[in-house]
Design a protein around this ligand. Structure first.
Ligand SMILES: C[S@@+](CC[C@H](N)C(=O)[O-])C[C@H]1O[C@@H](n2cnc3c(N)ncnc32)[C@H](O)[C@@H]1O
Length: 205
């Protein structure tokens, strides 16, 4: 008869996916500078979700140095794949551009500078996949914009939904019939923070 393993947290820390030197360098920079990146487990989750859904048009809200964007760009469709990522800090956007070039992904990844809400209001879709990772107070006002920009059948992945600033968003997307949503409480090694919530929402209407 099987039982739960002892010390599940330590056990699951042994399953952190491997990554290349560029991603390792970005993790080190993030740690030194206190930049809140998704880390290798959520990065790999994004890769798997993008690859499994065959997403080609991807929108990311919140670039920082482009760590998560590189996972999205490596996963998306090899010919048609494009990622547009939105960042309010011009210095971060410049660092992300340099990292995209180093990854050999600069043709596939585009960073736009400005408030995500303002930029999204002027954009047209449809996107196949949206990853949201900006200030948590913007999650709720971003929801109708995500709905407009995402195709029916598209996936909205939202990071850090364990923060109080995300509470109104969590309740609203859970209530809306346009979405089928799961909220996952997770242990995410090297994610900022390591214990947090992630939500996955499928646009059904
Ligand atoms: C959590 S970090 C993004 C981390 C990145 N997704 C990763 O995992 O590598 C959030 C970034 O979004 C930017 N940001 C926060 N609120 C924003 C907003 N409302 N519009 C645009 N950018 C925003 C911040 O400047 C910061 O660089």
């Amino acid at each position: 008869m099987s039982r739960m393993l002892p010390d599940l947290e330590a056990y699951f820390r042994s399953f952190v996916p491997a990554r290349d030197q560029l991603l390792l360098d970005l993790e080190k920079e993030a740690e030194q500078e206190g930049i809140p990146i998704v880390g290798p487990v959520v990065g790999e989750l994004l890769f798997i979700l993008v690859r499994a859904t065959g997403a080609a048009g991807i929108l990311e809200l919140g670039t920082a140095t482009g760590y998560s964007t590189i996972y999205l760009g490596r996963a998306c469709h090899p010919e048609r794949g494009r990622v547009i990522t939105l960042e309010q800090d011009p210095a971060m956007a410049a660092r992300a551009r340099a990292n995209f070039a180093q990854a050999g992904l600069d043709k596939r990844l585009e960073v736009r500078v400005g408030s995500a809400l303002d930029l999204m209001a002027k954009m047209s879709g449809p996107f196949d996949f949206i990853f949201m990772d900006i200030d948590k107070e913007s999650y709720l006002p971003a929801l109708p914009l995500c709905h407009r920009l995402l195709k029916v059948g598209g996936l909205l992945v939202t990071d850090n939904v364990g923060f109080s600033g995300a509470a109104a968003f969590n309740q609203e997307i859970f209530n809306q019939k346009q979405w089928r949503t799961v909220h996952l409480l997770s242990l995410l090694p090297q994610h900022s923070p390591e214990k947090d919530g992630l939500s996955l929402a499928l646009r059904v209407e």
